[in-house]
Design a protein around this ligand. Structure first.
Ligand code: F6P
Length: 528
C-alpha cells in the first residue's frame, strides 16, 4: 500500500502573493522594527495573558516576543490567505501533499487511536489498521526484550530520523528505563563510534536494531555489517536472534540474515518516524504502556492543531512568530535552550526536523523563492549554554530568538537543584527582555534588552508531555512550510553529497583525481 487515493490540488497561495504579506511589510516598517517589548510588558496589563496559552501538556508564554495584537492579527491573516487550514486538512485527509515524491504525509496516523475514523478514505482506514497491527507487534517485541534477562545491551544502528528521535526520547525518559537494560545509539560511519562501543559488549547479551527506512543508507549498512562481523568473530552464533530490522524495505533485510523485521510505510518521513517501528528502542526503554502514553500525548497535540481556532492554536502561533522573525526582522537563527538534562538532545533532533523539512529554496512548483525559509536551529541545554554562547545572545549585534523549555517538576532531582535551574531559566529570559543599563556607564557592561524569547513550560517530562512537545514542533514546522509555499517533506538536498562520496571513495585508494576541481584534488592527494 503506497499510492494514496484522494485526488489532490495544492490549496496554498505563496506567502509573498497574499495581501497580508505587503501589509506585514508596511507594518514592520511602521511599528514592527521599533517595537519595544519592555514598554508593552509594563503598559499592557493584559499582555501576558493574551500572549500565553495552554495547549495539551504545555503552557506557552509568548509575551516576551516582538509582537503585539496588530502584528499577530496580520500574521493570522497571512496564515488564512496562504491556505494553511486547507493544507492542514489535506494532510489529515491523507492527500499526497509530499508531491515531489507522490506521497501522503501521515505520521499523525501513527498516534491515532484504533477506532473508525469519521470520513476516512479507504486508504487512510486501511493504513490505520496496518498501523495498529504493527504497533501491537512492536510493543509485544519490546516487552519480550524487557523480559529477556539475557539481553542487557540494545544497540540501535541508524542515522538521521532513524537515530535522532529515538535517541532524544530515550534520554528524555531515562527515569523509566529498567536499570538492567542499556540502550546505545550508533550513527556515524566512523569506526571510533561503533568500535568504542563494541569493546564494552558481549555478543550473547546484545541485541542490534538496524533502523533504516530505506535499508540502503551507507552509514547504517556499513555499521550493520561491521556489527555482524564483530558478532560472528566473537563467537556469536544466532544472527537472527541478535539482529532485528526496522524498515520499509522488507526484502533487503532477508539478505542480511534478519528474520525479525518491523515495517512501516513510505508515508512516514524519516524525521517524523519515531512513532513508528523506528520507535522500538523507545518502547524497549519505557515499556509498552508508556509508549502508548507517548502516542497519546502526541495525539492530543494533533487534535489541538486540527481543532483549535488559529488564534489559539499553539503550533500556528509559534510558526507565525518564526515567519515574522525570519522574513520581516531578518533573524537568521533560533536558539533552543531546554532547561532539562533529559531534553539535551532535543536541539539536535530539531535541527533535522526543522532544517531538513524547511531548508528549501524553491516553491511547490519549483520557482526560486525571493524570501528566506528555515532559520538555523541550534542550542544546548541550560545552564550549560549560559557558560558558552549566551554572551552573544545577550550582547552580540545579531538578535537570536531563544526558546526556553522548562519543567515544573524535576525528574531525578538532588536537593535544591531544580529551583536553581529554574531560577536560571527565568533569569535568562528576563535579562534578555529587560536588559540593564551599565551600572558605571561602561558600555561593555550594558545589556540592550528587548531580545525575544518564548517560554514553554511542561508539568513534568512524562511520556505524554514529551509526545505533545514533539508533535507541537512537527506541526509548527508544517505551518511555517505551508506559509513559505514549500514541500516540507522531501530532502533532495542530501542527494548530491551522497553521490559524490560514492565517486570519491575509490579515488581515495587509487589517488585518481581526474575531473575533480583543484581544491578537492589537492585534499584527495593529502589523504591518500
Ligand atoms: O540523508 C538524509 C536521510 O534520508 C534522512 O531524511 C533520513 O532520516 C536519514 O537519511 C536516514 O535514512 P534511512 O532511515 O533510510 O536510513
Amino acid at each position: 500500500m503506497s499510492t494514496p487515493a484522494p485526488p489532490y490540488t495544492d490549496p496554498r497561495t505563496r506567502c509573498d502573493r497574499t495581501p497580508a504579506w505587503g501589509l506585514l511589510a508596511a507594518h514592520y516598517a511602521r511599528a514592527g522594527r521599533s517595537f519595544d517589548m519592555r514598554q508593552a510588558l509594563a503598559q499592557d496589563a493584559g499582555r501576558v495573558q493574551r500572549f500565553s496559552q495552554q495547549a495539551p501538556h504545555i503552557h506557552a508564554d509568548l509575551s516576551k516576543n516582538l509582537i503585539d495584537e496588530a502584528t499577530e492579527a496580520l500574521l493570522l491573516q497571512l496564515a488564512r490567505e496562504c491556505g494553511v487550514e486547507a493544507y492542514r486538512d489535506a494532510m489529515f485527509a491523507g492527500c499526497p501533499i509530499n508531491h515531489t515524491e507522490q506521497r501522503a504525509v501521515m505520521h499523525w496516523l501513527l498516534r491515532e487511536p484504533a477506532r473508525a475514523l469519521p470520513a476516512a478514505t479507504p486508504f487512510v482506514a486501511d493504513a490505520l489498521r496496518e498501523v495498529h497491527a504493527t504497533l501491537d507487534a512492536m510493543l509485544q517485541l519490546a516487552e519480550q526484550v524487557r523480559a529477556d534477562d539475557a539481553i542487557t545491551d540494545i544497540v540501535n544502528i541508524g542515522i538521521g530520523g532513524s537515530d535522532l528521535g529515538p535517541a532524544m526520547a530515550v534520554k528524555a525518559l531515562d527515569d523509566l528505563r529498567p536499570s538492567a537494560k542499556r540502550l546505545h545509539f550508533i550513527s556515524n560511519v566512523d569506526g571510533m563510534e561503533l568500535g568504542s562501543l563494541l569493546r564494552t559488549l558481549r555478543p550473547e547479551r546484545t541485541l542490534f536494531l538496524i533502523a533504516s527506512k530505506t535499508f540502503t543508507t551507507l552509514e547504517t549498512m556499513t555499521n550493520a555489517q561491521a556489527a555482524r562481523a564483530w558478532f560472528v568473530a566473537q563467537g556469536g552464533s544466532d544472527v537472527a536472534r541478535h539482529f532485528w530490522a526496522l524498515t520499509t524495505n522488507l526484502e533487503a533485510t532477508a539478505q542480511f540474515g534478519i528474520r525479525t523485521t518491523l515495517g512501516f510505510w513510505d508515508w512516514v518521513g524519516g524525521r517524523y518516524s519515531l512513532w513508528s517501528a523506528i520507535g522500538l528502542p523507545i518502547a524497549i526503554a519505557i515499556g509498552a504502556e508508556n509508549f502508548r502514553h507517548l502516542l497519546a500525548g502526541a495525539h492530543a497535540m494533533d487534535q489541538h492543531f486540527r481543532q483549535a481556532p488559529l488564534e489559539q492554536n499553539l503550533p500556528v502561533r509559534l510558526a507565525l512568530l518564526d515567519v515574522w522573525y525570519r522574513n520581516f526582522h531578518g533573524f537568521a537563527s533560533r536558539c533552543v535552550a531546554p532547561y532539562s538534562h533529559g531534553l539535551r538532545r532535543l536541539p539536535a533532533y530539531l535541527q533535522q526536523l526543522e532544517m531538513e523539512s524547511n531548508g528549501k529554496g524553491v516553491d511547490a512548483v519549483g520557482e526560486p523563492l525571493p524570501y528566506a525559509t528555515s532559520p538555523v536551529v541550534w542550542g544546548e541545554p541550560g545552564t550549560n549554554g549560559q557558560h558558552a554562547f549566551f554572551q552573544m545572545i545577550h550582547q552580540g549585534p545579531d538578535v537570536i530568538p531563544v526558546e526556553f523549555i522548562a519543567l515544573r517538576q524535576p525528574g531525578r532531582d538532588l536537593p535544591g537543584q531544580h529551583p536553581r535551574l529554574m531560577a536560571n531559566a527565568l533569569a535568562q529570559a528576563r535579562a534578555l527582555a529587560m536588559g540593564r543599563e551599565s551600572p558605571d556607564g561602561n558600555p561593555h557592561r550594558a545589556f540592550g534588552g528587548n531580545r525575544p524569547s518564548t517560554f514553554l513550560l511542561l508539568q513534568a517530562l512524562t511520556p505524554e508531555a514529551l509526545g505533545a512537545l514533539i508533535a507541537l514542533y512537527e506541526h509548527r514546522v508544517f505551518v511555517a512550510g505551508a506559509i513559505w509555499g514549500i514541500n516540507s517533506f522531501d530532502q533532495w538536498g542530501v542527494e548530491l553529497g551522497k553521490v559524490l562520496a560514492q565517486d570519491l571513495e575509490p579515488r581515495l585508494a587509487s589517488g585518481d583525481a581526474t575531473g575533480l576541481d583543484a581544491s578537492t584534488a589537492d585534499l584527495l592527494h593529502r589523504l591518500v
